[in-house]
Design a protein around this ligand. Structure first.
Ligand SMILES: C[S@@+](CC[C@H](N)C(=O)[O-])C[C@H]1O[C@@H](n2cnc3c(N)ncnc32)[C@H](O)[C@@H]1O
Length: 796
């Protein structure tokens, strides 16, 4: 910079700004005005509504703590599960079907908007890779891992969770980590196209997978500066013959991609872009499909008409509004004087002119061609500016007509953003869902504007809150899907769920207490959902291709495999075997799995039998050709479903449950698993010792058939009483009585072992041994549950 250039004195920060500035000493964080969460700072009614709700309903912090401890446990296990990369990473590559699917998802989403690879050249190299993996260029393998990691949570692949993360997100995190390590080892002197592509994809993939999200803005800025240091902001035409026509265009695409990523990261963070004040003469990306990008001398005349859609249209069109977006971002995040109304109106006109100028393919339906996603992003990135511009006026609880107009404009812009996302819901929408944040900002704006308008009679927006609540309902579905795909990011769901309840309470203040409870229950359900679909870390390891279990069933080979790949210190080895058993001998059953997850979501304790135990007990009924099964202790009906499947067409299950809530959830789960209630399973509500005498009386009178199999899994102090009744209601000789958890009961009550003897405890084993009516044995068990055992008796 020449000495004669005067540095402009930046404005002093104003006293009151809507920013997040928290932490202490040197460990602080700052998020400026355009950061969506900063908007909450100016919505005190929502904040206090949320605080009160939490105070009144402590169930949320409880489930949050539970998930947090699972997350901590997984983080510790991950240290042993994730490999340190020593140069060899091909084995991490998934099977061909998975890689094909993920790569297609990547190309259908990212590469129809931001441009990183040249698709025809990519396919060519990919085909050779499939033929001979070992000869692939390492940079190409890394590029593919990053393409797949970007698509990992987008693909809609059904995923279980581990800690507070989806397994598919953990897979993406692994690929990202490997790629980052590889990139760090590369020489800074030898930079080629793939290195830039990898740099871009690293940023993109971290953003989509919400990995190290607090660093996204700084990393985007670093990438931008690296690109400027390499002269990407200057048109490659300046390099003359030293760069081919193909490379010219790839450089322009990468520069456009990097600048778009950086600008959006700045808006999301609430910070000025590193590009503010930077001049660039890099030409706009050509509006051409990849097949038209051939290695010839540069020729911009090939660029197609503005109104024709190509795979590069997003970058081509987006450039037109780039300067305006960057300027507005700087203005709304400026710590000096806020924008005056007249300025807001002028800028609004400019934004509207850009919206008007959007090409005609924008208005076609997403299914008409590839333009749906690009169109939605172009529209959304402009509409978000209207919210940012008008929100400072819109959020004032002021009947002034300017504020009223601003509320109207914000609301309509938010409406359009949410409409765009909804329009894409069948196709490619997952990219918007995970990569962009505007719909969160839009949902908050809908909530805030509707709330204020409701409190100001005669406001332009009107006082009818219903349409806004419908928008928030739609948004909650989006956030629910986002949580499922990522396994995390509950906070936004919580904001919107609370906002929805706040609006409902504004309509009917007498309903406020119930609304608060509902807001909490909704978000707690999200935590329960994720907690209920946890996967064992060894299965995660297998799913992530971190190791291949031997194909053979040879127990020695298997033991060696688990020995070498498993850390006994941190994980219970019996769980490994249970996971393995589940994988090979039990598999996935939608009804049973739903029973587990739905029960957890509905707040039932996780004390159902394990999959292997459920299968084993139900096989016993098959071996004995049991017709009538009696179960004491239904919970969510998990074991009941196993029995129902085993006796289907042959008999019936009767299950006794004392808790009405457990009974209701069990019936829901049974029906969801295709079991007819009460025809195939009858769930009787009541305490075991009250229901059993009635059953005995009915059997006595010939009104009910006696039972062939009795499964006792309720309160432990009554195990012996249930057993005694079990024998009475059984069909007699050959009937089987099964009591679960006898070993744990014995140990805990000090009948055996080092615990102090509980004088009240009944020694079920000794009493059964002395009972002339039966012959019995106890089998100790291990598995995904702790050391335990069941008692099995046959009536003589
Ligand atoms: C261990 S759970 C049953 C698990 C279930 N069998 C499974 O594996 O899916 C015990 C259930 O017994 C119920 N229970 C507790 N005391 C009971 C009683 N006195 N009579 C009937 N059910 C009882 C509890 O409400 C709980 O739902």
């Amino acid at each position: 910079m020449s000495d004669s250039v005067q540095l402009l004195e930046p404005p002093k920060p104003r006293k009151k700004e809507n920013v997040i500035f928290r932490g202490k000493n040197f460990k602080t964080q700052f998020y400026g005005g355009s950061n969506p969460t900063s908007l909450i700072g100016d919505f005190p009614e929502l904040r206090s509504f949320m605080q009160d709700s939490i105070k009144q309903h402590p169930s949320l912090p409880r489930v949050q703590r539970e998930l947090k401890s699972l997350q901590i446990k997984w983080k510790a296990e991950k240290q042993t599960v994730f490999p340190s990369i020593k140069g060899e990473f091909l084995h991490l590559f998934p099977d061909e079907e998975t890689s094909n699917r993920l790569i297609h998802v990547y190309l259908d989403t990212v590469e129809t908007t931001y441009r990183v690879v040249h698709v025809p050249s990519f396919w060519k190299e990919y085909q050779s890779f499939l033929v001979d993996r070992k000869s692939a260029r390492p940079a190409f393998v890394i590029l593919m891992l990053l393409m797949m990691s970007t698509a990992s949570c987008l693909s809609g692949e059904k995923s279980t969770h581990v800690g507070d993360s989806a397994v598919v997100r953990e897979r993406a995190a692994l690929w990202i980590e490997v790629s980052e390590q590889w990139l760090q080892k590369q020489s800074h002197k030898q930079i080629y196209l793939a290195i830039w592509q990898i740099r871009c994809l690293l940023l993109l993939s971290k953003q989509v997978n919400v990995i190290k999200k607090k660093r996204i803005w700084t990393e985007a800025g670093t990438l931008l500066r690296q690109a400027m240091a390499a002269g990407f902001h200057r048109d490659p035409g300046n390099l003359g013959q030293k760069c081919t026509g193909f490379d010219h265009e790839m450089r322009r695409r990468l520069w456009a991609t990097i600048t778009e990523l950086e600008l959006q990261a700045s808006i999301d963070r609430g910070m000025p872009s590193a590009l503010a004040g930077v001049s660039s003469d890099c030409a706009t990306v050509q509006n051409i499909d990849d097949d038209d990008l051939i290695d010839e001398a540069d020729d911009t005349s090939r660029s197609k008409n503005w109104d024709l859609y190509t795979a590069s249209s997003y970058l081509h069109v987006s450039r037109s509004s780039f300067a305006l977006r960057a300027t507005l971002n700087s203005l709304v995040n400026n710590l000096g004087l806020p924008l005056q109304w007249e300025q807001v109106v002028d800028y609004e006109e400019l934004v509207k002119a850009e919206v008007e100028n959007l090409p005609s393919w924008m208005r076609s339906s997403p299914s008409d061609g590839g333009g749906g996603l690009s169109g939605a992003i172009l529209q959304i990135q402009l509409q978000q500016l209207l919210i940012l511009l008008h929100m400072p006026f819109a959020r004032k609880m002021d009947p002034n007509s300017r504020c009223s107009v601003s509320r109207m404009i914000c609301f309509q812009a938010a409406e359009r953003i949410l409409e765009q996302v909804r329009k894409l819901s069948q196709h490619q929408y997952s990219f918007i869902l995970l990569f962009r944040q505007e719909y969160f900002r839009a949902a908050l704006a809908v909530c805030h504007c509707a709330y204020i308008a409701h409190n100001i009679p005669g406001d332009l927006l009107g006082t009818n809150i219903r349409p806004s609540i419908e928008y928030l309902d739609d948004s909650l579905m989006l956030f629910e899907d986002r949580i499922t795909r990522l396994g995390t990011d509950f906070t936004r769901y919580w904001y919107i769920s609370a906002g929805r309840s706040l609006l409902n309470s504004a309509v009917d203040p007498s309903d406020e207490t119930r609304q608060k409870q509902q807001a909490i229950e909704h978000v707690a359900r999200q935590y329960h959902r994720i907690r209920g679909s946890q996967e064992d870390s060894i299965s995660v390891k297998i799913r992530l291709n971190l190791t291949e279990p031997p194909a053979t069933g040879d127990p020695n080979a298997l033991a060696a495999f688990y020995d070498s790949s498993y850390d006994y210190e941190s994980v219970n080895p019996t769980k490994v075997v249970d996971a393995y058993i589940k994988k090979h001998l039990i598999g996935a059953d939608e009804g049973l799995e739903h029973a587990y997850t739905n029960s957890t979501e509905k707040g039932l304790p996780m004390i159902a039998v394990s999959p292997a135990q459920g299968k084993f007990a139900s096989m016993l009924t098959t071996i004995g050709s049991a017709r009538n099964v009696l179960e004491i202790g239904t919970l969510g009906g998990y074991s009941t479903i196993w029995f129902a499947k085993a006796v289907k067409g042959r008999g019936k299950v009767t299950s006794i449950e004392v808790s009405p809530h457990h009974r209701d959830v069990a019936i829901e789960n049974l029906r969801a698993a295709g079991v007819r209630v009460p025809e195939e399973v009858d769930v009787l509500l009541g305490a075991g010792l009250e229901v059993l005498p009635k059953l005995a009386a009915e059997i006595e009178k010939g009104e009910r058939e006696a039972f062939d199999f009795v499964f006792i899994d309720a309160d432990w102090p009554n195990q012996w009483n249930y057993f005694d009744f079990g024998v009475k209601v059984s069909k007699g000789q050959g009937a089987v009585i099964y009591i679960d958890n006898v070993v744990q009961n014995m140990l805990e009550s000090g009948i055996v072992g080092k615990n102090q003897r509980d004088e009240e405890a009944v020694d079920v084993v000794a009493k059964t041994g002395a009972d002339y009516r039966v012959d019995a044995v106890v089998m100790q068990t291990v598995g995904s549950k702790t050391h335990d055992g069941f008692l099995l008796a046959i009536v003589k």
